[in-house]
Design a protein. Sequence first.
Length: 240
Amino acid sequence: MLVRTCGLITLLRVGMSSPLLAAEGQRPPRLAINVNLYPYLNRIKNDTDLTATINAARPGRFSYFSFTNYRGVFSSGDVRFDRTEQNLRWNISENVPIDLNLQAVMFGGDRDDHVQFGIGWRLNDTAFLKSFFDKLNLSYRLTFHLTQFSTAEKNFWQMEHWFRMTFPGISDRLYLSGFLDQTFGLERSDILPRHPIVAEIQLGMRLFDRFYAVTEYRNNDRRSAEPHNAAVGVKYKFRW
């Protein structure tokens, strides 16, 4: 926990002090770090209230994406690591919108960490679908995690949806993004929905510079007592 927290603080310090920070919109970033703070949580007050995401483009058609969730920043002041997903992707060809994805999932507490391997399809970069998605200003990725390595929950597989949509006809400051993970074949299905879903849908508005106001709907079927929650907060983007 201490190592992960110190690592996040180091990333934030580098982002705030780096002279290499490029103006947004000048060129695609080689490294992007988004920090989300949620001082308002609706039903579940001890839900995630700090999230850091990292996107990095690497040579050789490789890319890296991760998110890390923390709890307790606003609810208790006792910051606790909750969950992280680390993804290494490789685009099999510049002309094919298919990525191989290696994902490591780690949790705080005694929940089971696991690694899974999958195939991602960027639908908006697919030739016969591109014009349709361009009209909607929509990016959409579908990833099938078909092979997993876990010590506790065996033989499950996942289908992960990710999207981002902009609204230039309304405002170039507005966006809608989110993900939806569907899990199949859990051995613990007796205490969960048959195919549990974890989803977050975020509506954001750029206020100024790289500051955004965000509101978020969350669904977590693994939290069977109360799967639904909502959050309101702010986001800042660091880009190089």
